[in-house]
Design a protein around this ligand. Sequence first.
Ligand code: AMP
Length: 284
Amino acid sequence: MEVVETSAQLAAKIKDFKASGKTIGFVPTMGALHQGHLSLVKEAGRLCDVVVVSVFVNPTQFNNPDDLDRYPRDIEKDMALLRQTACELLFVPSVNEVYPEPDTRVFDFGSIDKVMEGQFRPGHFIGVAQVVSRLFDIVRPHKAFFGAKDFQQIAVVREMVRQLNMSVQVVDCPIIREEDGLAMSSRNLLLNDEQRKKAPLIARSLFDSCNFALANGVKETRQMVMDAINASNQLEVEYFEIVDGNTLQPVMLWDDSDYIVGCIAVYAGEIRLIDNVVYKNSMS
Ligand code: AMP
């Protein structure tokens, strides 16, 4: 694995790989890597000849400066983990490298980014679109891999690729969980013991709600999840929405769509965790 810090170096290496007919798979991350990230690297290795991973904590997608300050960073450990994978090129750019000039682009993703994460983290998805489009411009991958844990992010990236007419194929990969069900996340490292003990209640409530949903309506199911999680003194639901998996708009009835997903954001103290569960997907 080669570690590259500049866009020019990375672009030159990728050009050489492409000249020899190789396909490029790209996994953008913010580091503090865990098995969730590594599952994307594995899938990229399965589907592409060369895997490029980036580790870059993107300041423009943090709407809360404290969240950016305390975001976990451990590049040495990240490199050690990636050396055991299919990753061939690791891109670790500085902020100036990604943004030689401040990125003032504004995106409009219609109704997709006005709800849930878009509503509670104003500007977040503009930052995501800025960094992902910039990284796609540098790497020019054939395929890019994203985790379903950030369900809405995938929809936003797909819409961005469509709007900017990019040729990259966006591949989504399943949520990887701890043994107790908690969705793996770099932010889990920030939980104290008490919060960490309670955090699996998020996933457990989502899973339980799939059974509950068989005999109950959307409204009741939504309430059941919020009540179950809020009953813990360590956790507080910020939002839980049951939405159409394509449009991300709330559904009223289970018959409203063939693809229905429940998306949640929960605070454990200052730490914000997200997760989701698929109630219905006629495509799978
Ligand atoms: P992040 O470093 O949090 O920006 O995440 C980088 C990529 O890894 C994103 O596409 C995430 O959706 C994905 N990811 C993070 N956690 C998980 C997980 N538990 N399972 C699968 N993918 C994940």
